[in-house]
Ligand binder design. Structure first.
Ligand code: CMC
Length: 430
């Protein structure tokens, strides 16, 4: 990054020159790191709407153009021409693998998909009807109790093993959480299957009969993983980085990311969106729900709509919409009422002055639930699938942060608006 431009802050009769950093792509960034020590002021930016919390080489979003790149490669190209494990390699190591590197990486991931047998007993402590996300937060966090040999974050070899373990085992844990919620036996991973097929196998097969993974569905699953793999400094990724900045172990950090992702404004939106589409139920009821979304006195929001960064369209939603059509076609599902409601809702909202003026477009969560439902997943599994896909992004961002010599513990400041100093009063004097 070249430090050529400066920004001048005029404050209390003094001028302060602040370096302006120029990124590879995107807006310039004013460097305020020395502002407090030099000018004795903080900046105020709740929700980080204008604040870059780190520099990163992994993912780039151009919200105005509706572009998303992983390591410089557009998401549309990766979704159509690559596959999830190759994308994982790209995110983790910065370059696309050659043939040998890919085979080696796939082998390492495949050889780590089983979880320690004792973890099976650990699951049994959860209520049988636990939400799979609740189970995942607990079990992924508990990996630090099962894999002591990969929690020293200062050892690059241990960091690497922890990364491989997480990418390999999180699908197994997500599938186990699902099986547990159904009361079905856990299904062990199968090494001859690819990553997406193995996940479908662990979710949908039962010991009583053979299960065949449809390659077209596996491809659609793989594309969902790819589309969710990383998304620069979103809430859960920032949570992972903040947790990791204290030196916490990687399993604890990823558990923190999963906990954050669960919220309905973030990854929980895919479940909330499908439930909303079902509640709308028919095209005739769309105006009623649109009116509610626009009503300032009603907390209802159109789930799967809007994004902090995308102000044109979400490129992931475009791919997801095409995929929804393909998957439903493949499964012979015609005139799916939820898809009909979704398409009509999108059409009407995109012509509506409220949504147009606020630049609210369908996001990745708008169509993903329709595909996952058609594949046979209950809504409670939508966010766990997002979590398992995003694990590689969290890990890549965490590794980048740990390897950065500038890494400091994350510690935001505040604008204190509480009581001024006051003296304690004994109980009988209050
Ligand atoms: N429905 C109706 N109005 C909306 C919506 C929506 N979905 N999203 C934003 N608005 C309005 C909001 O009321 C506000 O209006 P005003 O300026 O009059 O106060 C304006 O648009 C800007 O919204 P904001 O809440 O200030 O924007 P934000 O950047 O803080 O929030 C968001 C982004 C994604 C949290 C929000 O758009 C939202 O709640 N969407 C629904 C939940 C959702 O789909 N989340 C998934 C996001 S993509 C995947 C992921 O991140 O996991």
């Amino acid at each position: 990054m070249a430090e050529e431009k400066t920004a001048r802050l005029h404050l209390a009769g003094k001028d302060y020159d602040l370096a302006v950093l120029s990124p590879t792509a995107g807006p310039d960034v004013v460097d305020i790191r020395k502002l407090y020590s030099e000018a004795d002021v903080f900046t105020y930016d709740p929700g980080f709407t204008s604040t870059a919390s780190c520099d990163s080489t992994i993912t780039y979003i151009d919200g105005d153009k509706g572009e998303l790149w992983y390591r410089g490669y557009p998401i549309e190209q990766l979704a159509s021409e690559s596959h999830y494990l190759e994308v994982c390699y790209l995110l983790l190591y910065g370059e696309l693998p050659n043939k040998d590197q890919l085979v080696d990486f796939e082998t390492r991931i495949t050889r780590h998909t089983m979880v320690h047998e004792q973890m099976h007993y650990f699951f049994r402590g959860f209520r049988r009807d636990s939400h799979p996300m609740a189970t995942m937060v607990g079990v992924v966090g508990a990996m630090s109790a099962f894999y002591h040999d990969s929690i020293d974050i200062n050892d690059p070899v241990q960091r690497e093993i922890a990364s491989i373990r997480l990418i390999a085992k999180v699908p197994t844990i997500a599938a186990m959480a699902y099986k547990y919620s159904l009361g079905q036996p856990f299904v062990y991973p199968r090494n001859e299957l690819d990553y997406a097929s193995n996940f479908l196998h662990m979710c949908f097969s039962v010991p009583a009969e053979p299960y065949h993974v449809d390659p077209a569905l596996s491809r659609a699953m793989d594309r969902i993983f790819t589309l969710h793999a990383d998304h620069e400094q979103n809430a859960s990724t920032s949570t992972v980085r903040l947790a990791g900045s204290s030196g916490a172990n990687p399993f604890a950090c990823i558990a923190a990311g999963i906990a954050c992702l669960w919220g309905p404004a973030h990854g929980g939106a895919n479940q909330a969106c499908l439930e909303m589409l079902r509640e709308i139920g028919s095209v005739e009821r769309i105006p009623e729900f649109l009116a509610r979304a626009k009503d300032k006195n009603d907390p209802f929001r159109l789930m799967g709509f809007g994004h902090r960064v995308y102000k044109n369209f979400d490129p992931r939603a475009k791919v997801m919409k095409e995929s929804a059509d393909e998957v439903l076609d493949l499964l012979g599902v015609h005139n799916n009422p939820t898809l009909q409601v979704a398409k009509e809702l999108e059409r009407i909202a995109l012509e509506d002055e409220y949504f147009v003026s606020k630049k609210l477009y369908p996001n990745v969560d708008f169509y993903s639930g329709i595909i996952l439902e058609a594949m046979g997943f209950p809504t409670s599994m939508f966010t766990p699938i997002f979590a398992l896909s995003r694990t590689v992004g969290w890990i890549s961002q965490w590794k980048e942060m740990i390897a950065d010599p500038q890494n400091k513990i994350g510690r935001p400041r505040q604008l204190y608006v509480g009581s001024p100093r006051r003296d304690y009063k004994p109980l009988d004097a209050r």
